[in-house]
Design a protein around this ligand. Structure first.
Ligand code: ATP
Length: 461
């Protein structure tokens, strides 16, 4: 990362803490690594992103339905999915400073792509072939142990009151899509869907990430927004191309600029996959994955048919043809989207000799839509009127009331949390019923009648 990008990242992280977007977990207890809490503005931003995704992926589709499956599932599911045996990251230890590092990340730094499904042996071989190029990011030494794999599933002792070591462990789900696969038949039998159709879900997932890094980019507890689309074998690749196109357009609609997005094609595919692409965003630390769009063949439903003994095949009502549906998926992390949106929005502008920091969120994503101020907090008639305006606007918009400090300071604070409009109630308001509306991006102020505010915001949001 360049010095400038490192500083940019620091500024974003510091704004997140200072302005109530993201807090380190358990801070008063000294912190808890690789877990973060979302503050009052962070949770609004997250919710707006999740609503946006849900509208695009479920509400506006005829062929996709929602689901909310539980975090705990039958332990066999994780055997069927391959996670118990294979869901692990190979690690090495630096012999000099004892930092534990992910082999695939070290390889990535020198431009070598390791596939997540490679065996320990294969990845060690790749590492040895590139060893002279790879240095420890902490101490710069080039002396490592050989790689070992660690399982990423997070174990729980739910229901395991006997603590019998032979009992199969229960896991916190490592991905949300397994809940979709195991409910495929339930959805099919209870809702009027026919193939091709999709099931979408938003929910928490847990992974024992070894090197959690880059703020909220990689954490041990995170949220996924996943859509699994079930197709016939013949239509899989046609639907896959459609999904890829839609997912690209989704990010443009979300307000990310095209120059900051790119496709990354997986060169080494898992044996069952037909094709796999990731959508990457240009974070301050470089282009990194935000979403995976993968064509997975019929692996998922075949595995669950095998492990559960239940037939998960589908019979086409028109042709009578029976087959195990193929799956194409679009899987994205909420936090990675939050970080991409924060990066895209973060703006520093020179205003005279001062620097204005403003989060230029698209209006639809802004945590607070309108801030309402009485010009002075010790004038009861202004405060009363401001509360009245606030009370009517908050019926339809997430609003904030602020009577602290001078107006300039209040504007700066709202700029930093990305509020598109500020409404100020002053002495003229009491005479003519109009208020000042200030625009975040242009900083222009205009007088608008209180009676016209609703219409003004309706046309501007
Ligand atoms: P990576 O290669 O970065 O570890 P992945 O390929 O393992 O990610 P998937 O299993 O495909 O990720 O999960 C789908 C999405 O879930 C990712 O694109 C990412 O947005 C999100 N995600 C995965 N792991 C994490 C994590 N530890 N923290 C935050 N988000 C994550």
């Amino acid at each position: 990362m360049s010095k400038a990008n490192e500083e940019l990242m620091e500024r974003i992280v510091s704004l997140c803490k200072r302005r109530g977007f993201v807090f380190p977990s358990s801070e008063i207890y000294g912190g808890f690594a690789a877990v973060y809490d979302y503050g009052p503005y962070g949770v609004e931003l997250e919710n707006n992103i999740k609503d946006f995704w849900w509208r695009e992926m479920v509400q506006r589709r005829e062929d996709i339905v929602g689901l909310d499956s539980a975090i705990f599932m039958h332990p066999k599911i994780w055997e069927a999915s391959g996670h118990v045996a294979g869901f692990s990251d190979p690690l090495v230890e630096c012999k000099k400073c004892h930092a534990r590092l992910r082999l695939d990340h070290l390889l990535e730094e020198v431009g070598v792509q390791a596939d997540e499904k490679m065996t320990e042996e294969e990845i060690n071989k790749l590492f040895l072939e590139n060893a002279e190029k790879i240095a420890c990011p902490s101490c710069k030494a080039k002396n490592f142990t050989s790689g070992k794999k660690f399982n990423l599933l997070v174990k729980s002792n739910l229901g395991n009151i006997t603590e019998d070591p032979k009992e199969q462990p229960v896991y916190l789900r490592g991905e949300t899509c397994q809940g979709i696969y195991v409910n495929f038949k339930n959805v099919l039998d209870s809702v009027r869907v026919k193939i091709p159709f999709g099931i979408a879900q938003i929910g928490k997932a847990f992974r024992n990430e070894i090197t959690a890094r880059q703020f909220i980019f990689r954490t041990r507890e995170f949220e996924q927004m996943e859509m699994q689309y079930f197709t016939s074998p013949e239509d899989e690749m046609k639907e896959y191309e459609k999904l890829r196109k839609r997912r690209w357009e989704y990010y443009l609609k979300l307000g990310l600029s095209e120059k900051n997005l790119k496709w990354h094609k997986h060169e080494k595919l898992v044996f069952y996959a037909k094709e796999a692409y990731d959508i990457e965003y240009k974070f301050p630390f470089g282009f990194k994955e935000v979403e995976g769009v993968h064509a997975r063949g019929n692996y998922d439903l075949s595995q669950h048919t095998k492990f559960s003994g239940k037939d998960l095949s589908y019979t086409d009502p028109q042709t009578g043809k029976k087959f195990i549906p193929h799956v194409i998926e679009a899987s994205v992390g909420v936090a990675r989207t939050v970080l991409a949106v924060l990066t895209e929005a973060y703006t520093e502008e020179k205003i005279g000799s001062e620097t204005r920091v403003v989060m230029k969120f698209p209006k639809i994503l802004a945590p607070i839509k309108i801030a309402v101020f009485p010009l002075l907090k010790n004038k009861p008639e202004l405060v009363k009127k401001a509360h009245e305006v606030f009370g009517s606007l908050k019926e339809n918009y997430m609003c904030e009331f602020d009577d602290n400090g001078n107006i300039g300071k209040r504007y700066r604070r709202q700029d930093e949390i990305g509020t598109p409009y500020c409404v100020t109630i002053d002495f003229d308001t009491l005479n003519d019923g109009s208020v000042t509306v200030r625009d975040r991006d242009t900083m222009k102020q205009e007088r608008i009648k209180i009676a016209d505010l609703e219409a003004f915001f309706q046309s501007n949001f």
